[in-house]
Ligand binder design. Structure first.
Ligand SMILES: [Zn+2]
Ligand SMILES: [Zn+2]
Length: 135
């Protein structure tokens, strides 16, 4: 398979998985379409897609990077219980004010929140709140 074709395939997988997949997940899916593909090739293509600004890298502390096809700036919440990475909207005005007070020139910002996703947080609340309390 030609290099540009592999790159397109990797990009398609990031778009198809749309839940911030890891390189490994992208590789497993791409393998179905292109047997013989190597994980190294997927990494190389992901890196060049990130450099070209067609895919965003989502770093998670202590975890493998995730990849995102949503290019507009947003932050992420990493759930320490189920491992899900969800989009978190931020007040652009607050960010702009913060940037204006910084020295130097900021070109990008990666913001990852750590905690529980909505469904894990709800589960947590249900455990903390005994049924009797709701009566
Ligand atoms: Zn969760
Ligand atoms: Zn995202």
């Amino acid at each position: 398979m030609r290099y540009s074709k592999q790159r397109e395939l990797v990009l398609q997988q990031v778009e198809a998985l749309h839940d911030h997949p890891t390189a490994e997940e992208i590789y497993q899916n791409a393998l179905k379409e292109c047997p013989g593909l190597s994980l190294g090739t997927v990494y190389r293509n992901l890196n060049s897609l990130v450099e070209a600004g067609r895919v965003r890298r989502v770093p998670i502390p202590g975890q493998p990077d995730r990849f995102d096809h949503t290019l507009s700036w947003h932050s992420h919440l990493y759930c320490t219980r189920c491992g899900q990475v969800t989009d978190l909207a931020l007040d652009a005005e607050v960010i702009r004010r913060l940037l204006e007070s910084q020295p130097g020139r900021v070109t990008d910002c990666v913001l990852t929140w750590i905690g529980l996703c909505e469904s894990c947080a709800q589960e947590d609340e249900a455990i903390k709140t005994p049924v009797a309390a709701a009566l």
